[in-house]
Design a protein around this ligand. Structure first.
Ligand code: HEM
Length: 516
């Protein structure tokens, strides 16, 4: 082939690509949006958007439209909601390079300093965080933290024995202490511990500012340049206060852990193990690598503490809603281990009913009913629909885990749905596929979450009775079964009665590894 012919062929090929490429792009822009509730001019579905429990409205619209992908327009914000595992896998897994970012929130990231947080960022710039996280928390590595999880569960039992009133306070304490221990090797179990207090303040800022639309600067990013003295710039003053808490959370526990390592008195933790591996690897850029470890560590508290406490609160609600499930779980524990014997991780395989309780806790009421929304920054099309660039894309965890076909009578707490012939039934979808989010952003702490839920729930069931509280006339007080309607949904404050099952249970708790 002559060079002239070759170059002409290339030109023709380029023209064909240009022609079809333009046509394809043109066609794509003419594709319809996914179905959804009827939109008004300019404001779209703004008036239809519920201020609470959006996941239920999304599910209802999805059913009305008979579609597992719907589109909602909230005054110009394009929202795509996926309600089946098929659609979620197609987009979040198979097209993960497009669907793994998060919504940009200038208040949180730029003004409050959560720029190190893998939960709030463009996926590509955070791969290294996730890799580091994966090395320490993958399904096998996470077993190294079983001793800390066991001690935390036993400490919880003691605290409940001494002060059974505010159970959610104990769960928050357990989650905070466990994360500080696993992450930094710091014992934060003492009252007034500075690290759990500062972490709580930082977390408060995070949970308020994570809600898209909470601050105007998230809609108009240029407002971040407005000086704090300017009238109406309260958000700048608030951001400054929270920024300090964020930075303290990032720096102080890490510096403490490093001091302990230098003194040779550091227990194994994510920080000590990662720093030791870094030192022996002789990698270049040690300083950047150390910053990476520091940022990943601070992330763990943010993502792991409130979620774990919320799931444990849901467990107590479930025991109040279905006392028969509690009785069956206790009967299994007594039969397998003996009365008031504290269970261990190795017992999980012989405790299918207790395992089913843990699964049903994750399915029944979801800690994160819409997971954490993802974001797509380029136009895409799927099943003949257009997915506009700049859309928030939500995997509706709640819809998946309340699908009547997979989970008949989905609003009832029924651990039995996971069992067949006394064993876990692999044909029933494990709620873990949706309870911890999706695709590349799936919760990297999920293996730790499920193991600490198992040991805590099994230890409580073995030794304690959870019952409805009684009023001054001796009548049972029915809890509201209401949940905080946020991105993370813990039970709203409620009363219950928690008492030891027997004197033997008290002895088992007092001689356990929890040493508060
Ligand atoms: C019951 C407990 C927990 C639940 C329900 C939960 C749920 C979630 C969900 C839904 C996401 C977002 C996934 C997505 O974007 O699709 C997430 C992200 C995350 N979780 Fe968890 N989580 C729990 C416990 C933990 C624990 C114990 C840790 C740490 C040890 C942790 C660390 C993280 C981190 C670092 C992220 C951010 C991942 C990223 O954005 O790339 N989580 N979690």
């Amino acid at each position: 082939m002559t060079p002239q012919l070759c170059s002409s062929l290339w030109s023709i090929l380029a023209l064909i690509i240009l022609f079809y490429g333009t046509r394809w792009k043109h066609n794509r822009s003419r594709l319809p949006l996914p179905p959804g509730p009827k939109k008004l001019p300019l404001i779209g579905n703004l008036l239809d958007m519920p201020s609470e429990r959006q996941w239920e409205a999304y599910h209802a619209w999805s059913k009305e439209c008979n579609s597992d992908i719907i589109h909602v327009n909230a005054a110009g914000t394009s929202i795509v909601v996926l309600s089946s595992m098929e659609a979620i896998r197609d987009l979040f897994d198979k097209r993960s390079s497009l669907y793994s970012d998060r919504v940009r929130l200038p208040m949180l990231v730029e003004l409050m300093g959560w720029d190190f947080a893998i939960g709030e960022s463009v996926f590509d710039s955070r791969r290294a965080h996730r890799k580091l996280f994966h090395e320490a928390f993958n399904v096998n590595a996470v077993k190294q933290f079983h001793p800390q999880e066991r001690v935390a569960a036993h400490r919880l039992l003691r605290r409940i024995l001494n002060d059974p009133k505010d159970i959610m306070k104990h769960f928050r304490h357990l989650a905070a202490v466990l994360i500080m221990d696993v992450t930094y090797g710091i014992d934060a179990g003492n009252p007034g511990d500075p690290y759990t207090n500062l972490a709580e303040e930082a977390m408060h800022g995070l949970s308020v500012a994570s809600l898209p639309g909470r601050f105007l600067v998230d809609t108009i990013p240029a407002l971040k340049y407005v000086p704090s003295w300017f009238p109406g710039a309260d958000f700048q003053r608030q951001a400054k206060k929270w920024r300090k808490a964020t930075r303290d959370l990032l720096e102080m526990p890490f510096a403490h852990a490093k001091r302990n390592i230098a003194l040779g008195s550091a227990p194994a933790s994510f920080t000590s193990l990662s720093l030791a591996a870094l030192e022996s690897s002789q990698k270049e850029g040690q300083r950047e690598q150390e910053n990476l470890i520091k940022g990943t560590a601070a992330n763990m508290y943010g993502a792991g503490s409130d979620t774990t406490a919320a799931a444990l609160g849901t467990f107590v609600y479930a025991m109040l809603a279905n006392p028969e499930a509690q009785r069956k779980a206790q009967a299994e524990l007594d039969a397998v281990l003996g009365p008031s014997h504290l269970p261990d991780f190795a017992d999980e395989v012989v405790l299918p009913y207790v395992s089913a309780v843990v699964k049903e806790v994750l399915r029944w009421k979801n800690v994160t009913p819409i997971a954490v929304p993802h974001f797509v920054s380029v136009d895409d099309d799927y099943r003949g629909y257009r997915i506009p660039a700049g859309s928030i894309v939500i995997g509706n965890t709640w819809a998946i885990l309340h699908d009547e076909d997979m989970y008949p009578d989905p609003h009832a707490f029924k651990p039995e749905r996971f069992l067949l012939d006394g064993k876990l039934n692999p044909a029933v979808r494990d709620p873990e596929v949706a309870a911890f989010g999706f695709g590349r952003r799936i919760c990297p702490g999920r293996h730790m979450a499920t193991s600490s839920l198992f040991i805590t729930i099994a230890s409580m069931l073995a030794t304690l009775d959870i019952k409805k509280a009684r009023d001054e006339h001796g009548n049972e007080v029915e809890p509201s079964y209401e949940f905080f309607p946020g991105l993370i949904s813990p039970p709203l404050p409620f009363k219950c009665s928690i008492t030891p099952r027997s004197q033997k249970a008290v002895e088992a708790i007092n001689s356990s590894s929890g040493n508060d």
